[in-house]
Write a new protein. Structure first.
Length: 100
């Protein structure tokens, strides 16, 4: 079985709806922009994929923040942390909080 990148989503405050938000965030992350008829802007453009790892993490965070504002307006991305492993895999932790 091959290794995969890890995405972990953590709430900075106690959100009972974290499971729903986790599902919505992962749907945005796993969808490529332009692939869903009727909602062509849903998903990520994936321009970060061809960048060096730490630059990719930063671009991923920026793109995700923009999409969350549009598609999950009740939350905001508080922080995105990434760990790059020697084998090239990246673990990402996304911290979310309620939007004021």
């Amino acid at each position: 079985m091959g290794k995969t990148n890890l995405i972990k989503i953590i709430s900075t405050d106690d959100m009972p709806e974290l499971n729903r938000i986790d599902t919505q965030l992962k749907a945005i992350i796993l969808s490529m922009e332009g692939m869903i008829p009727g909602s062509r802007s849903f998903g990520l453009a994936r321009e970060f994929m061809s960048r060096p790892p730490y630059e990719a993490i930063n671009l991923f965070a920026i793109e995700l923040e923009e999409k969350v504002e549009q598609y999950i307006p009740e939350i905001t991305i508080a922080n995105v942390e990434g760990t790059v492993h020697n084998d090239g895999l990246i673990d990402v932790t996304i911290y979310v909080e309620r939007r004021n």
